[in-house]
Design a protein around this ligand. Structure first.
Ligand code: GTP
Ligand code: MG
Length: 242
């Protein structure tokens, strides 16, 4: 049955190793279908950990993670993961064709879906300008493509199975302004109608989020929209002022 992408965290605590402090402490939030949630906070604050609980990559020690009001534990893990697309900071590309790179991990995807995903990810045009289009072979780690082009291939891959939840983990952190602009445009398009989690170091990518969670040492220390948080005079405003 279809998943709408409603994500809820109820008092979630995550501990990786018994001797360590919890990586997440009592995290509560509700992300209705289609909303954009921003996650910000210093390194090690717990941003990536939150997204890894949604895919059940890890299990919380205390509390519950729900998708469409149903515990993630009650889903078939493959089905669940099919509904969640990930774009990571360092896109992993393989020395095979562009087409195979976009379809990677989704053997059932059709040529039509691949091309549609590439169009939404603003990648179709540059792919068509390559000598063999979608059949162009990439070198090791995507050699032959620019950083921004690799990112857009990664975005196309994340959405080619039409997931209802999208996780963007620092997708624009290591690129120049022009490339960032292209990626932002692609992201804006692909986030339409999907519950999206944007992990960012730069506040510029969070301005339009429906809710921003500010994390510090595994806890949510502030939450609200960009404007609300700037009025708060807290940690978010201090990051903004730097
Ligand atoms: P950045 O990506 O650096 O901005 O940090 P983040 O906010 O994504 O933090 P993350 O969720 O990766 O880590 C939160 C805490 O959990 C940190 O103290 C990490 O050292 C710890 N942690 C993350 N992943 C693992 C893991 O796989 N094993 C263990 N033992 N600890 C982990
Ligand atoms: Mg991280």
């Amino acid at each position: 049955e279809p998943i709408k992408g409603h994500v809820t965290f109820n008092h979630v605590t995550l501990t990786y190793t018994k001797d360590d402090d919890s990586a997440l402490k009592d995290i509560c939030f509700d992300a209705p279908p289609g909303k954009v949630i921003g996650l910000i906070g210093s390194t090690g604050a717990g941003k990536t950990s939150i997204t890894q609980l949604i895919t059940r990559f890890y299990e919380p020690e205390i509390g519950e993670v729900l998708v469409d009001n149903r515990s993630v534990k009650d889903y078939n893990i493959k089905t669940l993961r099919k509904h969640i697309g990930f774009v990571l900071q360092e896109p992993f590309l393989f020395s095979t064709t562009i087409k195979e790179n976009i379809a990677y991990g989704n053997p059932d995807v059709t040529d039509h879906q691949i091309m549609d995903a590439a169009k939404r990810a603003q990648a179709h045009e540059f792919i068509m300008n390559l000598p063999n289009g979608y059949e162009t072979m990439l070198g090791e780690r995507g050699m032959g493509l620019s950083g921004g082009q690799k990112q857009r291939i990664a975005i196309a891959r994340a959405i080619c199975i039409n997931p209802s939840i999208l996780v963007l983990d620092d997708a624009t952190s290591a690129v120049d302004m022009e490339t960032e602009f292209k990626i932002q445009k692609a992201l804006k398009e692909v986030m339409q109608g999907r519950t999206s989690f944007i992990i960012a170091h730069r506040i510029s990518s969070l301005k339009h989020a429906d809710e921003i969670l500010v994390l510090d040492e595994g806890q949510i220390v502030e939450r609200g929209t960009h404007d609300e948080l700037l009025n708060n005079d807290g940690q978010y405003k201090r990051i903004y002022d730097i």
